[in-house]
Design a protein around this ligand. Structure first.
Ligand SMILES: Nc1ncnc2c1ncn2[C@@H]1O[C@H](COP(=O)(O)OP(=O)(O)OP(=O)(O)O)[C@@H](O)[C@H]1O
Ligand SMILES: [Mg+2]
Length: 334
């Protein structure tokens, strides 16, 4: 009989008890009453002990050993039945959490691959369309041949941009610690970025301003990567700015750190979009953003870079009023 239910176990213990009572009645006729009582008591205790040990304790211990193995520790010496339910519950919760994270990552991966192919499809089909038209005789037509080639070229540029951004993200994710820290003048760097974006801002009739309220101009960070951060934040402020607006880059003192803000008075971002803003490929207005050449990777890259510097990127925004992105960098390392 297998002792696998409480009823069977009760019957088994009852049977042992009856056997011992019968045995006691038999041997007490031959031996002294105290000796036979002691003998039978010891025998009864031993039978109960071994039944409990091999039917319950040892089996639970094996389950426990597996829990400990999953926990990454082999210490089973403190095994205590009293904690068994709590430990098993903790373990189950932990496994459930791990499973949820794995499912989330899997969904994220699937969504990411879907996004990449979707983003690449548009320029590929454009190129295919232009090339096909040229093959079908358009090449001889002076009015369209150059125009179509130029358009195909724009789509090639777009594909290159997407692939380069993806490369940047994957590099940031794999060599997270590979930041090249150095002391550099951040004011000079911002001015350089503002110069590079001047044409773009003029087109949108947006003025770019820089004010430094910090006592220092030197920061300790990865120069190239911080340049990318400014490039994206300031170009976003222009792309999503309003005609005649202003982008202000401001630096504030924070003892041994500098707080940097990039603020615009553009279209702003709604509350529910703010929480998803730094996800790869996320764009508030997909059509508008794609029209102006946005892929939705810029802020994901910014977030990676700032987090690589052990800081966080923050944003506050009001629709139709403007947005302010801010982050902190260490001052000069002496
Ligand atoms: N300053 C801003 N004002 C309003 N909306 C913004 C601003 N910056 C970003 N956004 C919104 O956030 C989205 C994500 O920005 P992100 O920089 O990641 O992508 P993108 O500019 O569309 O493309 P990419 O930077 O990859 O060329 C944008 O599409 C836009 O909708
Ligand atoms: Mg951008």
């Amino acid at each position: 009989m297998k002792l696998n239910t409480p009823i069977k176990f009760t019957l088994f213990l009852g049977l042992i008890l009856c056997l011992h009572i019968i045995l006691y009645l038999v041997i007490s006729n031959y031996l002294n009453i105290y000796i036979s009582a002691t003998l039978l008591f010891t025998l009864l205790m031993t039978s109960i002990f071994f039944t409990l040990k091999y039917q319950f304790y040892e089996k639970i211990k094996i389950i426990y050993k597996n829990i400990y193995k999953f926990k990454g520790t082999s210490n089973i010496n403190d095994f205590n039945l009293e904690n068994a339910d709590k430990e098993a519950e903790d373990w189950a919760n932990q496994k459930e959490e791990e499973l949820l994270i794995m499912q989330k990552n899997e969904n994220y991966r699937r969504e990411f691959i879907g996004n990449v192919s979707h983003e690449l499809k548009t320029p590929i089909f454009n190129i295919q369309g232009y090339v096909q038209t040229l093959i079908d005789g358009g090449i001889e037509d002076e009015k369209v041949n150059m125009k179509y080639l130029k358009r195909a070229n724009i789509s090639v540029d777009r594909m290159i941009n997407i692939v380069e951004d993806l490369e940047v993200i994957s590099r940031l994710e794999t060599d997270n610690n590979e930041l090249d820290f150095e002391n550099f003048n951040i004011i000079n760097q911002i001015e350089e970025v503002l110069d590079q974006l001047e044409l773009k801002s003029n087109k949108m009739n947006i003025s770019l301003k820089l004010t430094n309220e910090s006592s220092s101009e030197i920061v300790y960070a990865d120069k190239n990567k911080i340049q990318q951060v400014f490039m994206n934040l300031i170009s976003n402020s222009i792309k999503y700015g309003k005609d005649g607006g202003t982008t202000k880059v401001r630096l504030f003192d924070m003892s041994d750190k500098i707080l940097i803000e990039v603020a615009d008075d553009g279209i702003g971002i709604s509350e529910n979009a703010l929480s998803r803003l730094f996800e790869r490929f996320y764009r508030v207005d997909k059509n508008r953003s794609r029209e102006i050449g946005g892929t939705g990777l810029g802020l994901a890259i910014v977030k990676h870079i700032i987090e690589g510097h052990q800081q966080t990127i923050n944003v506050r925004s009001t629709v139709n009023v403007g947005s302010t992105f801010s982050f902190i960098l260490e001052k000069e390392n002496e």
